[in-house]
Design a protein around this ligand. Structure first.
Ligand code: ZN
Length: 510
């Protein structure tokens, strides 16, 4: 044994393994970004092999038996774990959680899942193209069966259900029962709000969303906004891809993408602010904790709360548009002539019940998520047969959004998630909206004159508040605990409903 390893404590060794696994994950992140943004089509086959190899190495590094021994040694060391909120205790607790989950799945099941997910996407694409659920049904039945077996391997508490075990991959600590408690009042109040908005004869003008604007100028415009709200371009990039996303390798190299349409600068702006919000979270994780749980994001729901805050609470506010509206003239010249402040603000806040989740506005979006949650929960419980999905799906769209789904492509075949064997994922989007609204209300209370700052293009205080209250904690708290810690209250539907009602009712003359 060399002196170096002799002086290294079990905790140091554990942290070193965590950072090594994270180096591989970050490298895979960059290759994934490259695949979407830069890679020529010919690179695809070899790129899949490269990514599979990195995933294998990362899994091996982290599930090595030595990790189990080190965890046990650290857990027995009071100096490491005595203060449960210390960085060392948090890292040991979270690495234990990750290790136990990763070692609980048999290798055959992991392999079967990878195969089914890859085949699933292929068959789903074909079924969606033909708008024919029956083509996808046999494979989805296999996926559901696998998801049940996977949940059994993970296990769940007596008062829980299989859905909880799967959701743990995306939203640690979150259960279907907790979600139901928040989603039910949200659904009822949203339905009332939507009925009111749709029944009103006053509607915001849509002209801003139909305005043809030069793509190069759009690109400079949204980049300027991302920079203004605090995305650090010395530690990040903004590029173009078909579906906008945020990835990268670590907090000092964060990659965002967005997309552009000639006639919809709002889509580019919303996508850019959304992804920049994810990016600001990643950049806000502390460099000193990189590669360990203390330097990682809490959950998908909390990640989404950060993107939605900049996209919706900031980017669709009147205060923001007071600052951003003159920029339309500055960037687009006379092409933006017909757009006054109210047209720009109203155009960013139009509500239209539609079939497609990813095109949904801020208010109807959550209905799309609740429908998916109710369906996947019922499927996993055995209360709903896979073959009955289209019928139940369409009935819920009629009930919650008042629209008749015309075909499976615009109905239950529109999302990729189930074909990829991702169940328990959908609610993280609405949890993001809920956490976001609750965090933002607290920020408004704690930062005097926040909206007046937006009117002057000043976003630094909000960013710093998020840095200190959310980003710097890494995985110290579970999402629900973080919410209580930051806002003093458990998660509730009230702040989101106050936000939506307070903004939309006046816009629709109610
Ligand atoms: Zn997002």
């Amino acid at each position: 044994m060399t002196t170096m390893t002799a002086t290294r404590t079990p905790y140091d060794e554990l942290a070193h393994i965590s950072r090594s696994a994270s180096l591989l994950g970050g490298t895979a992140g960059l290759l994934g970004w490259d695949q979407e943004v830069m890679m020529p089509p010919g690179g695809l086959e070899y790129r899949s092999l490269q990514l599979a190899q990195l995933a294998r190495l990362q899994h091996q590094t982290f599930t090595d038996e030595r990790v189990g021994d080190l965890l046990a040694e650290c857990e027995a060391d009071a100096g490491v774990t005595d203060d449960p909120d210390s960085a060392t205790a948090v890292n040991v607790r979270e690495l234990r959680r990750d290790y136990d989950r990763q070692t609980r799945l048999p290798a055959e099941l992991v392999e079967e899942e990878a195969k089914l997910a890859s085949l699933g996407q292929h068959i789903w694409q074909e079924a969606r193209r033909k708008s024919d659920f029956t083509t996808f049904r046999p494979l989805l039945e296999k996926i559901v069966d696998l998801m049940r077996r996977k949940a059994e391997c993970y296990g769940w508490p007596d008062d829980g259900e299989a859905w909880d075990a799967l959701a743990e991959d995306y939203e640690p600590g979150c259960t279907a029962k907790q979600i139901e408690e928040v989603f039910t009042p949200l659904r009822d109040r949203l339905r009332t709000l939507l009925q009111g908005l749709m029944g009103s004869s006053t509607k915001p003008p849509n002209t801003f969303n139909e305005l043809p604007l030069d793509l190069g100028r759009q690109r400079r415009f949204v980049r300027g906004i991302a920079e203004a709200i605090g995305f650090d371009f010395d530690r990040g990039r903004l590029d173009i891809s078909t579906h906008p996303f945020c990835s990268g390798s670590h907090c000092n190299d964060v990659r965002l993408t967005t997309r552009f349409h000639e006639c919809n600068v709002n889509d580019a702006l919303g996508s850019t602010m959304h992804e920049a919000g994810h990016g600001i979270y990643e950049q806000g994780l502390l460099t000193e904790h990189v590669g360990t749980p203390m330097g990682s994001a809490v959950s998908l729901g909390i990640h989404e709360s950060q993107s939605r805050m900049w996209e919706n609470q900031v980017g669709r506010s009147h205060a923001f548009w007071k600052w951003a509206h003159p920029k339309l003239r500055e960037f687009f010249g006379s092409a933006a002539n017909g757009v006054d402040l109210e047209t720009a603000y109203g155009g960013a806040n139009i509500v239209t019940p539609g079939f497609i989740r990813v095109e949904a506005d801020e208010a109807t979006y959550n209905m799309h998520i609740m429908i998916r949650f109710e369906l996947e929960r019922a499927i996993l419980r055995g209360d709903l047969e896979v073959g009955d999905i289209p019928e139940v799906w369409n009935a819920k769209y009629r009930d919650y959004l008042g629209i008749d789904v015309p075909d499976d492509a615009r109905g239950c075949l529109q999302d990729i998630h189930w074909s990829m064997a991702a169940m328990g994922y959908f609610p993280t989007y609405t949890l993001g909206n809920l956490y976001c609204a609750q965090f933002f209300e607290t920020a408004m209370d704690q930062i005097p004159g926040l909206e007046a700052q937006f009117e002057r293009g000043k976003f630094g205080d909000l960013k710093q508040w998020l840095n200190e209250n959310i980003h710097a904690h890494g995985r110290r708290y579970r999402a629900a605990d973080l919410c209580e810690h930051v806002t003093g209250k458990p998660l509730s539907a009230d702040p989101l409903m106050r936000h939506l009602e307070g903004k939309l009712r006046p816009l629709y003359g109610l």
